[in-house]
Design a protein around this ligand. Structure first.
Ligand code: 9W4
Length: 425
């Protein structure tokens, strides 16, 4: 372990060069953040402000951190999951002078130790994914809250917890719900999950998708993203649902819809994206064809009941990385990817940088708003606050601009027409 008190603790500083190359790759795919870096490095809006961050240490997060720094912020960082830190990225950041405490495979104690180090010098702002940093402030360092202008939260789970806290009057400072921005959740879930799930399946199996019966359980945003991309690869997509409106959307989008009991018999590849437990369980595994491939891309690893599968199996062996073969009593083989954990993270690299670009642009802008309001003497209530709708439009506008795509604008007459309640039919 490479450790310098008050500066960094990372696995191995010698990985820095490899990490730097990957960060540069992400930079070249994150035009919105790079645009914001260019624009605000001139005016240094974060000068004099310290941000404590607790977010997966990935190449994309590195681009966010270095954007904050380029715009004047002091930062101290830790990972938000003991298993998600990429050691080469942490090393590259430490080597570039970022205060960072993160390494892959931390114990729970090491995880919280790292978060606490980012609070050693009191921050003005907190940035969370899963709310562990905010909880640490509230439970272990409440003395710091009075100096904190505000924070932001990246995920659905974190936002839910913080809303509950605010409802109980327990939240000590305002937090922007970055998750709820359209340019975050919609693009993450549909395009991020869609592509990276297919990517994970291909890396773990290398199978041809064209012509396969590809079963997607759940037609929420993630399921829709996966279904769209699988169809694009030439698969015959079948959707299973429990919610009538979602099932109807799938039908009208041109997919076959049927119960899992029927899909189990004909599917070649199964992906769960529901958020519910036991979506595929013993009675379904029993019906599957020889060679069926099963995986999950929903947030929790409860969607596949692997206990029931193991009970049906006479032998289990790993045949490829992230790919386990279960040989059943009936002689059929079922292949489970990434032990039922999120296949897009375990077997691929999560959301592509282009998608994280928009999520992290929201993070950047949330903190910029907090700082600007602070400078203007404006105080926000200690609530979970949605980002303004105009910000979504601004981020999407910059993204389109960087893609060289132009769109129309309303004329003054059209704008007036849109809100003219005296206009008849
Ligand atoms: N990563 C992760 C990686 C490995 C891992 C128990 C053993 C989420 C979002 C982004 O969660 C992330 N291994 C685990 S949990 C786990 C989690 N276990 C569980 O059994 C293994 C993660 C956001 N993101 C992208 O999607 C792309 N760039 C990003 O910053 C990253 C990581």
């Amino acid at each position: 372990m490479d450790y310098k008190e008050g500066a960094y603790k990372v696995r191995d500083l010698s990985l820095a060069e490899a990490g730097r190359k990957r960060i540069e790759w992400a930079e070249s795919r994150m035009p919105v953040l790079m645009h914001l870096r260019e624009r605000y490095s001139k005016t240094q809006p974060f000068k004099g402000y310290k941000i404590a961050g607790c977010l997966h240490v990935t190449k994309e997060t590195a681009v966010l951190i270095e954007t904050f720094k380029a715009c004047g912020a002091e930062v101290a960082w830790s990972g938000c999951n003991p298993l998600s830190t990429q050691d080469d990225i942490a090393a590259a950041l430490a080597a570039a002078g970022v205060e960072i405490y993160a390494w892959h495979g931390q114990t729970v104690e090491e995880f919280y130790w790292s978060i606490e180090r980012t609070l050693d010098k009191p921050p003005h702002l907190t940035l969370d994914d899963g709310a562990d940093l905010i909880f640490t402030v509230h439970h272990k360092r409440p003395d710091l809250a009075q100096h904190i202008i505000g924070g932001s939260e990246e995920t659905t789970t974190g936002v839910k917890r913080l809303r509950a806290m605010a409802a109980d009057g327990k939240l000590l400072y305002p937090v922007f719900a970055v998750n709820d921005a359209e340019t975050k959740w919609d693009f993450d879930n549909v395009y991020g999950t869609g592509q990276s799930t297919i990517d994970g399946i291909l890396r773990a199996t290398s199978v041809l998708l064209a012509g396969k019966n590809f079963v997607v359980a759940g037609y929420g945003h993630c399921g829709r993203g996966v279904a769209m991309r699988a169809r694009g690869m030439g698969a015959n997509v079948i959707v299973t649902e429990v919610k009538p409106t979602a099932a109807l959307k799938a039908v009208l989008d041109g997919f076959r819809v049927m119960p899992m009991d029927e899909a189990a018999e004909i599917g070649d590849i199964f992906v769960t994206a529901t958020g519910m437990k036991d979506v595929i369980r013993g009675r379904h595994f029993r019906k599957m064809k020889d060679g069926a491939i099963v995986c999950n891309t929903g947030h929790y690893d409860v969607e596949l009941n692997l206990k029931e599968l193991a009970e049906l199996a006479v032998r289990v062996r790993e045949v490829r990385p992230n790919n386990k073969e279960y040989l059943l009593e009936n002689g059929r083989r079922i292949y489970v990817l990434a032990d039922g954990r999120l296949v897009n993270l375990a077997a691929a690299e999560g959301h592509p940088s282009e998608v994280m670009d928009m999520s992290f642009a929201n993070q950047f802008m949330a903190h910029l708003m907090l700082v600007e309001k602070h400078k203007a003497g404006e105080k926000l209530p200690p609530q979970v606050i949605d980002l303004p709708e105009e910000l979504d439009q601004e981020i999407a506008r910059i993204k389109l601009e960087t893609m060289g795509i132009r769109i129309d604008t309303l004329t003054d007459e059209q704008r007036a027409y849109a809100t003219d309640y005296t206009a008849g039919t």
